[in-house]
Design a binder for this molecule. Structure first.
Ligand code: NAD
Ligand code: UFG
Length: 343
């Protein structure tokens, strides 16, 4: 009983490997390393004391996926592989449809041919578009506003169609809010290449001196301090949600063969609250300037977590302090990410 983890060398995937290995599952990681360093998997092995099987491959290579599924006798897939940068998706939409939508189609086709019928999929709160009400429940209308979000919606629809075609399929569509943080060991964490798009990696690079100051995108939103509010979730909590979803689906006790569930904490923090929390955790000043709103950003976004509690018996346990502390610990121990170990 082996679980195939696509994109398992990446940020969330590597943390998921730890959670599954520590829970006693056997795993094999498949990744094309387009946005990852395989050293992350050596660190996973160090944390867990278990060997990690790795296949350097692309999810669009259907014959290869089939041979991996058969070779390792996989019974389920956790599917993280894909491209994820919103801005980049507007510049190169075809690459996003190809990697994300075509890739997931090939992966599903390979699974069908090998009779592997359980998948957990990384979706995103971006599928809700502009919130019409808060907190966001899973039945909030969907409507993506950029190509990345549309790939997530298309994949969700594909999974729902496949689940309806045959009850043997089992899907867990997990809509992440804003994953941050790192494993408490400081051995694995987020390792963005280039200028970070997301808030937490940018703040960390101001704290460690790599960037001069943060641009706070908008201070005139209708929020408590005028800056954008998001539901940040510790990556360790997030991957524990995957483990629960995997177990619920595998046990056959799920209420449906296609679960769609939010993974968030239910609490929103503003950009300035994040800045202050990170200052406390790092004991560094985070310099910032107010800048115009970023196109496509919403004022506020946070999850209704009741369905996750009910269907997965899961809820996030770690607060903002742990999110900032663990991020800072990872950055201090790995000032150049994984690249400092490259030759
Ligand atoms: P990541 O880039 O660190 O991980 C993705 C991994 O997939 C990388 O290791 C990359 O090398 C690999 N990959 C990409 N295309 C591939 C392909 N065609 N074949 C094989 N491997 C491929 O990103 P992450 O933050 O760990 O995100 C994981 C998943 O979660 C993604 O699907 C992302 O869209 C989704 N998600 C992330 C966030 C977030 O804020 N991090 C929020 C919502 C959803
Ligand atoms: N922000 C800044 N300055 C920055 C970066 C971000 O002020 O340099 C602000 C944004 O305006 C927003 C908040 O910080 O108010 C969070 O921004 P992020 O870019 O970190 O996160 P988003 O909520 O915009 O988007 C993230 C992922 C998406 C995903 C979404 C929901 O990037 O892929 O969470 O899961 F879809």
């Amino acid at each position: 009983m082996t679980v195939l983890i696509t994109g398992g060398a990446g940020y969330i995937g590597s943390h998921c490997c730890v959670a599954f290995l520590e829970a006693g599952h056997d795993i094999v990681v498949l990744d094309n390393l387009s946005n990852a360093n395989s050293l992350s998997l050596e660190r996973v092995a160090k944390i867990t004391g278990r060997k990690v099987s790795f296949e350097f491959a692309d999810i669009r290579d259907q014959p290869k996926i089939e041979s991996v599924l058969k070779h390792y006798k996989c019974t389920a897939v956790v599917h993280f592989a894909g491209l994820k940068a919103v801005g980049e998706s507007t510049q190169m939409p075809l690459a996003y449809y190809d990697n994300n939508v075509v890739g997931t189609h090939r992966l599903l086709s390979a699974m069908a041919n090998c009779d592997v019928r359980q998948m957990i999929f990384s979706s995103s709160a971006t599928v809700y578009g502009e919130p019409k009400f808060l907190p966001l429940t899973e039945n909030h209308p969907t409507g993506a506003v950029n190509p990345y979000g549309r790939t997530k919606l298309m994949i969700e629809e594909m999974l729902r169609d496949v689940s309806a075609s045959d009850p043997a399929w089992r899907f867990g569509i997990l809509r992440y809010f804003n994953p941050v943080g790192a494993h408490e060991s400081g051995l694995i964490g987020e390792n963005p290449l280039g200028i970070p798009n997301n808030l937490m990696p940018f703040i960390t690079q101001v704290a460690d001196g790599r960037r001069e100051r943060l641009s706070v995108f908008g201070n005139d939103y209708d929020t408590r301090d005028g800056t954008g509010v998001r539901d940040y979730i510790h990556v360790t909590d997030l991957v524990e949600g995957h483990l629960r979803a995997h177990e619920v689906l595998a046990s056959g006790s799920a209420s449906s063969n296609c679960l769609t569930v939010n993974l968030g904490t239910g609490t929103g923090y503003s950009v300035l609250e994040m800045v202050r929390a990170f200052e406390r955790a790092s004991n560094k000043e985070i310099r910032y300037v107010f800048a115009p709103r970023r196109e496509g950003d919403v004022a506020e976004c946070f999850a209704d977590t009741s369905l996750a509690e009910k269907t997965l018996a899961w809820r996030a346990e770690r607060g903002l302090e742990a999110m900032c502390r663990d991020t800072w610990n990872w950055v201090c121990k790995n000032p150049s990410g994984y690249s400092s170990e490259e030759t």
